[in-house]
Structures are given as structure tokens and as C-alpha cells.
Write a protein that binds this ligand. Structure first.
Ligand code: NI
Length: 152
């Protein structure tokens, strides 16, 4: 496992659309391991592959309820709304309120290639939506209602 460099806002890669993973090979498993380690080292609750410079549809999330790894994640159901503070490891020093669904169900593959569904409410719903946005080149600053703590 290795810590990877987290790309920061302004880096074009964060604005690109990631490609689906077609085969879960050793590179993808190493990517998952490295992403989890990089997220933890940075005290984040989620990380998407483009943030470490890989344009593949892979995310990791850990909101304190255990590590979730998802390959080719898709939101298949969303309900309600929440407006909560959000930040991003690629946008240091910025926190803003973003509207997200209160609950989502996300479908994807686990590291064994098995289809899984993850249901998340509150913080987990927010984190899943935030990370899936990264796979489409979308950052929370695109959706922010109000910045709360702007260092600039
Ligand atoms: Ni982010």
C-alpha cells in the first residue's frame, strides 16, 4: 500500500469524466488499497480515483462505520434532502453548505466483482454523492449554497 498524491482544484483531471472499470485486476485492487490509505492519512471520509490521478470509476468511503469500496458506483435511488457542511480533500480550506439527498441507495461492484448495494443516510449519503460527483468531474463548489469557512 502506498499514499498517493491528492490532486488539488485547478488540476484538469478533477474535471474529467472517469471511465468504467472493465476488469478488476491487480491494478484496481492496489488502487483501492492505496485510496483507502491515502484517505485515512488525510483524515478524509471519502476519496474518488480521479483525486489520485486515475480516471476510473472507483470510490472509497469511510464515515466511521467501516470502509466501503465501490467500483462503477451508481445511485439507483435517492430520497429526501439534507443541507449540510461539506469539504473536499482536493479543495483545502473550503467548507460550504450543499444540498444532497437524505438517503441514497448505491449499486456497484466490490473488490471481488460482486454486485452490492449500499444504503446510506445522513453523512454516508452525502459522502457517497460527493464521491460519485467526482467521477463525473463535478466538485462540491459547483453546488455550494453558501461557503461557511472561506480561507481566502
Ligand atoms: Ni471531494
Amino acid at each position: 500500500m502506498a499514499i498517493r498524491i491528492i490532486r488539488k482544484v485547478g488540476d484538469d483531471i478533477l474535471r474529467k469524466v472517469s471511465r468504467p472499470v472493465e476488469a478488476i485486476n491487480k491494478n484496481i485492487l492496489t488502487l483501492l488499497d492505496d485510496m483507502a490509505e491515502t484517505m485515512r492519512e488525510a483524515n478524509g471520509v471519502g476519496l474518488a480515483a480521479p483525486q489520485v490521478g486515475v480516471l476510473k470509476r472507483v470510490i472509497v468511503v469511510d464515515v466511521g462505520e467501516g470502509l466501503i469500496e465501490l467500483i462503477n458506483p451508481e445511485i439507483i435511488h435517492a430520497e429526501g434532502k439534507q443541507i449540510e457542511a461539506e469539504g473536499c480533500l482536493s479543495i483545502p480550506g473550503k467548507v460550504g453548505e450543499v444540498e444532497r439527498p437524505a438517503m441514497v441507495v448505491v449499486k456497484g461492484l466490490n473488490r471481488h466483482g460482486e454486485e452490492i448495494e449500499v444504503k446510506g443516510q445522513g453523512l454516508l449519503a452525502k459522502a457517497l454523492c460527493h464521491e460519485i460527483d467526482h467521477l463525473n468531474g463535478v466538485l462540491f463548489i459547483d453546488k455550494v449554497i453558501r461557503f461557511i469557512d472561506d480561507d481566502e
